[in-house]
Design a protein around this ligand. Structure first.
Ligand code: B16
Ligand code: MG
Length: 211
């Protein structure tokens, strides 16, 4: 029996995964590090710092802590420039339809995102009011693949992990959800086709038949 659905943000509710990729590309071009969409796929759901450390490991250069922090800041500034352009039209009608349908069925809804910009993005696209709880990267100590952010979302909703389904585009997010005891649905990204997913969605509206 499912009582709640917990949605990943970047790459599931909104297409900010493209903006993350573009912003990382600005950095990797500067640093002469080859970086492809397939490489970005493996970073889905990882924190900003964990993503950057993985990217810098592709370089032969060593970076000081101060350099790493400046690069993380630079990437976030580039990303925020794209986020500032976002508005409600960036949410696919299918997403709003799915959220409204789940709500009608009596499901509790939450966001579980590694992003420290999640609240800002949800406000910009006018999705904040669609959720009963929002857990994000600013509220946890360990990012995905650790289950902490999803456990936080479940706690805020007042449901047990086994009563909630997590929807993810990242394999790291599926791992987090699995380790936290949640049911899992993959939706695109490197989550698609993963053995860590109980369900593999090609459209978000399929959730309405699952719950
Ligand atoms: P920020 P999600 C994740 O969000 C993204 O998938 C990942 O690419 C990004 O590095 C991470 O948020 C941190 O984002 O730099 O905005 O704090 O997919 O868990 O919603
Ligand atoms: Mg994601």
């Amino acid at each position: 029996m499912k009582k709640a659905v917990i949605f990943d943000l970047d790459g599931v509710l909104v297409h900010t995964d493209r903006y993350h990729y573009d912003s990382w590309c600005l950095l990797t071009r500067q640093l002469g590090i080859p970086f492809t969409p397939a490489q970005y796929d493996t970073l889905r759901g990882l924190s900003r710092m964990d993503s950057l450390e993985r990217i810098l490991a592709l370089s032969s250069r060593q970076f000081t802590r101060a350099e790493v922090e400046a690069l993380a800041e630079e990437k976030n500034e580039a990303y925020l420039k794209r986020v500032e352009q976002m508005g409600p039209a960036e949410v696919e009608p299918e997403v709003r339809r799915t959220l409204a349908g789940l709500r009608e069925k009596g499901l509790l809804l939450a966001v579980g995102s590694s992003s420290k910009n999640a609240q800002l993005i949800l406000r910009r696209v006018e999705l904040t009011d669609c959720f009963d709880a929002i857990a994000d990267g600013s509220m946890v100590r360990r990012a995905k693949p650790d289950p902490e952010v999803f456990l936080k979302a479940a706690q805020l909703l007042g449901v047990a992990p086994a009563e909630a389904l997590v929807v993810e585009d990242g394999a790291a997010g599926l791992r987090a959800a699995r380790d936290g005891g949640f049911q899992t649905a993959a939706f695109g990204g490197d989550a698609a086709g993963s053995p860590l997913a109980d369900y593999d969605l090609t459209r978000l509206t399929q959730l309405l038949e699952l719950v």
